[in-house]
Design a protein around this ligand. Structure first.
Ligand SMILES: Cc1ncc(COP(=O)(O)O)c(C=O)c1O
Length: 423
């Protein structure tokens, strides 16, 4: 076996993985047409490109109403505001997600209540939701993380029993389906991001699916500087300009044509990856729920047992994998460690007034800690657009690293020192 690439050996993957985003002359033509039209902005909402993208996205994902916005953070803030959730209300979010899932409630004046994940699938744990409900709880934001979906049956059951609003954070879940229903169409709202890394992207962008006309009209008003959208209403609300621009929508109208073939390829390769990884001792493939009928692969997350890797945690393993030519990383920090949410650093009024609810550093969220500090490995979507050879190279690189680390108990420490020295 050759030496690890991180120690000067030859890389396992010699080719680069395919670049993202994919583009060709079609994107250039679509953007050029918008430039020449002179209709660049999102006012009046929606512009023609935006209206077309909303129509196509709702056709792809299902659901009833779609509202296109600037990104997949304001989508959640606006959903909360449209549901009349704000000052001092509690919104339950998972501890393992991007900061936006908790920042959006704070921007709406609400308190994010951070709860643990289920170690089997790394999504919010329904038992933890139930345990966190108080008389102030108004909403739950489950995140469909990586290539997983949260247990939407259990979450909707809790929401119905406690009269809570559900906003699915689908930033990773374009095209995903639960019992054949599109992610984002099961809760009251579904929030999508079209930021650069996402599997349907215009660099920036967001989409909010709404179940009810009332919510959709409120959302359209909130994102359009408060102008009334409901023809029966004349009153301005307190809104802001969160509209999507026409250049972004034009890119998305091309991207959505490419999307089904890309999604199918990623899903097939993810199934192939499941099989290959399940044969490696000390590697845990996250549980694929049979109700999760179509999988979207934004990232593919699996878990390692450090003991099976000579005591190395995931940061050492991902550093070694990267040097083998594999696009991967160790994933998010646990939400309650984000400095942003510590009251002394955040000047947000809600964090100052309800400081006792923002003592995140005192929280004990063992499953999220375990994922974040020890075991999660995130593989980039491009691994799943590079034929079976792309998956084989990743699996071979992981086996090579495991064999070398397991055979030399001092090696994990050596690699960590190298990482510290070279950043
Ligand atoms: C889980 C999750 N939610 C929300 C967002 C926010 O999306 P945006 O960057 O479009 O605001 C992201 C973006 O990375 C995300 O990963």
């Amino acid at each position: 076996m050759s030496e690890l690439a991180i120690l000067g050996g030859e890389k396992t993957r010699q080719d680069t993985y395919p670049a993202w985003p994919v583009h060709d002359q079609r994107e250039v033509d679509a953007v050029t047409a918008v430039v020449r039209s002179g209709r660049w902005g999102g006012y009046p909402y929606p512009g023609p490109q935006t209206a077309e993208f909303v129509r196509r996205f709702v056709e792809l994902q299902g659901g009833t109403y779609g509202v296109a916005m600037m990104n997949g953070t304001v989508t959640m803030e606006v959903a909360l505001k449209a549901a009349d959730i704000g000052w001092g209300d509690e919104v339950i979010v998972p501890a393992y997600t991007f900061q936006a899932t908790a920042a959006a409630p704070m921007a709406a004046g609400a308190i994010p209540v951070i709860v643990d994940i289920d170690p089997a699938n790394y999504c919010i744990d329904p038992k933890a939701i139930e345990a966190a409900i108080t008389e102030r709880t108004r909403a739950i934001i489950p995140v469909h993380l990586g290539a997983q979906m949260a247990d939407m049956d259990a979450i909707m059951d809790i929401a119905q029993r406690h009269n809570l609003i559900v906003i699915e954070d689908c930033a990773h879940a374009h095209g995903a389906r639960w019992r054949g229903r599109g992610a984002g169409t099961i809760g009251h709202f579904g929030s999508f991001s079209m930021q650069s890394s996402k599997i349907l992207t215009a660099g920036e962008g967001g989409m909010l699916l709404c179940q009810s006309e009332d919510h959709a009209y409120k959302v359209m008003s909130l994102i359009n500087c408060g102008r009334p959208h409901d023809p029966a209403e004349e009153i301005y609300t307190f809104g802001a300009n969160y509209r999507m621009g026409e250049l972004q929508a034009a890119l998305l109208n091309v991207g959505i044509e490419r999307f089904p073939a890309q999604a199918q390829e990623r899903e097939a390769m993810a199934a192939y990856m499941d099989e290959a990884l399940s044969e490696i001792p000390g590697v845990r493939v996250l549980q694929r729920d049979e109700r999760h009928t179509t999988r979207a692969v934004y990232c593919y997350i699996f878990a390692i047992e450090p003991d099976a890797f000579g005591g190395a945690a995931h940061d050492v393993v991902t550093a070694a994998l990267q040097m083998e030519g594999i696009p991967c990383w160790e994933g998010y920090e646990a939400m309650h460690h984000y400095e942003l949410f510590q009251p002394k650093l955040s000047r947000l009024p809600v964090a100052q007034v309800f400081a006792d609810r923002f003592e995140f550093d005192k929280m004990n969220l063992p499953a999220a800690e375990q994922a974040c500090q020890q075991e999660a490995v995130w593989l980039g979507e491009s691994v799943f657009r590079a034929t079976q050879a792309g998956v084989d190279d990743t699996v071979n690189a992981l086996k090579k690293i495991q064999a070398r680390l397991a055979g030399d108990p001092a090696l994990a420490g050596t690699i960590r020192r190298l990482m510290d020295e070279h950043g």
